[in-house]
Design a protein around this ligand. Structure first.
Ligand code: NDP
Length: 479
């Protein structure tokens, strides 16, 4: 049991009004401790601390800032097992995922931006008698808001570039999953990161989150979360003309053509649908299969899904853990019930597994595969964000492109074919910020990451992050 405290100006502080939320392990419903239910006055303190730290931090050299980021990365790496166990208990994810995906990526985020800032170069434009050069400078206090699915992975994808570019930060992780962010603040205290450079305030979106996005002295907000929340953030930011990066939901299609190499790619396709209980914004949720391969695909895919091991997240062999919370578990189950009402064929899952105590009280769901639904139905149009996929047949390329694009989202898509020309043609026609061909979640941190349409605004990664967290100035000199 850990009772969390806010980390403001290098000090651990209780929320000013003394109120807390209970944090529960979603696999057992057992209490993990208390999380501050911070309010606007806690955010105010954190913003004041971050503003006070900004002049000195923004004046440090890139080498100094890179040094701090490496120190943080080294400390997390030295405690990787502890971080992985905390993330698994707090979020419900299998320990194997926390150990091999979440926490290694946290370390990589800090190391990547520590390196990136040292290799940053700016442009100059020359004409007879004058020269323009591009000067990038830090902006001020960055407001960083992250969701519950990949808790520290996504939060540090924001903290690392924000600090590397010389900003200070106030962070608001999801109150469902704050444990590893708190552990990170302990590391920042242990290494004596200058006070106020990175502040963590725990609490809910409507209280702490809204106070941060509406704060007039926070000129930049990076948000990862749901599309509806992003609309509220855009409204709160508009009066202040804040710089915004919005990484939002998805309803990602996989387009499987009849020449796809199923022997090679079937395990990846299963992982792409159900990794982290389907609670990854990049997971496939709509699978379209060309008709000649359809029956074989459904049979082989369902057989593989049935073999997934659901249960105790701390068991290294578990592949599907618990969903993050009771409200989310209920939401996913409502979509399963709706699909059945609409006449879908249930090939497997959608029911609650029978597990031994204490896991019989957890928010588990067997991974679920549906066929037989119309593209226009809510199960195919809306983001479910759980272990549920639909499979539908298609006849030709233009039809499947049109159907894949026919949702409000445009985050990630995948194309499975051995025809190189078709791979390029289809990938370029998809309305999707990210397209993978014969692979999934193959991430190079230098590439632009982000969504089209209701999946977001702006791109992060590599120099896209460095640009977002900087103010760009053109300086023209005549000689
Ligand atoms: P939410 O939008 O509910 O919450 C995200 C964060 O915003 C949380 O910290 C939340 O706090 C906070 N928040 C809520 N309301 C406000 C507000 N009015 N002002 C400021 N902050 C607020 O998303 P979830 O946590 O449910 O995460 C799931 C969503 O995130 C899915 O839609 C998923 O697709 C998306 N996502 C997108 C990714 C991408 O890179 N494109 C990656 C991962 C997830 P609280 O927890 O208290 O509600």
């Amino acid at each position: 049991m850990v009772d969390l405290q806010n980390f403001i100006n290098g000090q651990f502080q209780a929320p000013l009004d003394g109120t807390y939320l209970e944090n529960r392990n979603p696999a057992t419903r057992e209490s993990l401790g208390a999380v501050p239910d911070s309010k606007a006055e806690d955010i105010e303190r954190a913003v004041t601390a971050a503003q006070a730290a900004f002049p000195a931090w923004s004046a440090t050299s890139p080498e100094q800032r890179a040094g701090w980021l490496h120190k943080i990365a080294n400390s997390i790496e030295a405690n990787l097992e502890e971080f992985a166990a905390l993330e698994s208990q707090d979020q419900g994810k299998p320990i194997s995922v926390a150990r091999t995906v979440d926490i290694p990526r946290v370390v990589a985020n800090f190391r990547f931006f520590a390196g990136a800032i040292l290799h940053e170069a700016s442009e100059s434009h020359h004409r007879p008698g004058s020269i323009n050069y591009t000067y990038r400078k830090p902006i001020g206090v960055a407001g960083l808001i992250s969701p519950w699915n990949l808790p520290l992975y996504l939060l540090t994808w924001k903290i690392a570039p924000a600090l590397a570019t010389g900003n200070t930060a106030v962070c608001k992780p999801s109150e469902w999953t704050s444990l590893t962010a708190f552990r990170l603040s302990q590391i920042m205290a242990d290494i004596d990161l200058p006070p106020g450079v990175c502040n963590l305030v725990f609490g809910t979106g409507p209280h702490a989150g809204a106070a941060l996005t509406g704060h007039p002295d926070v000129p930049l907000i990076s948000f990862t979360g749901g599309t509806a929340t992003a609309q509220a953030i855009m409204s709160a930011s508009a009066p202040h003309f804040k710089k915004l990066s919005l990484e939002l939901g998805g309803k990602n299609p996989a387009l499987i053509f009849d020449d796809a190499d199923l022997d090679r790619h079937l395990p990846t396709l299963v992982r792409a649908s159900f990794a982290n209980q389907g609670e990854i914004c990049l997971c496939n949720s709509r699978i379209y299969v060309q008709r000649a391969l359809y029956a074989e695909f459904v049979e082989r895919f369902v057989a593989a899904v049935r073999l997934l091991k659901v249960g105790d997240p701390s068991d290294p062999l578990t592949q599907i853990g618990a969903l993050v919370s009771e409200p989310h578990w209920q939401k996913v189950r409502r979509y399963v019930a709706l699909a059945k009402e609409l006449g879908a064929t249930v090939h497997c899952g959608g029911d609650v597994p029978e597990l031994q105590p204490p896991f019989d009280r957890g928010f588990f769901l067997n991974p679920c595969v549906f066929t037989g639904l119309e593209d226009s139905c809510p199960v195919i149009q809306e983001e479910i964000f759980g272990p549920v996929v639909t499979i539908s047949p298609f006849d030709n390329e233009s039809e499947v492109i049109q159907r894949a694009n026919n949702v409000r989202y445009g985050l990630a898509a995948s194309v499975w074919t051995q025809d190189l020309s078709r791979a390029h043609r289809v990938a370029q026609a998809l309305q999707s910020g990210i397209v993978w061909v014969n692979t999934w979640m193959n991430r190079d941190l230098r590439t632009p990451f982000g969504g089209m349409k209701a999946s977001g605004m702006g791109r992060e990664g590599g120099h896209y992050s460095l640009d977002f967290y900087s103010e760009t100035q053109n300086i023209c000199i005549e000689f």
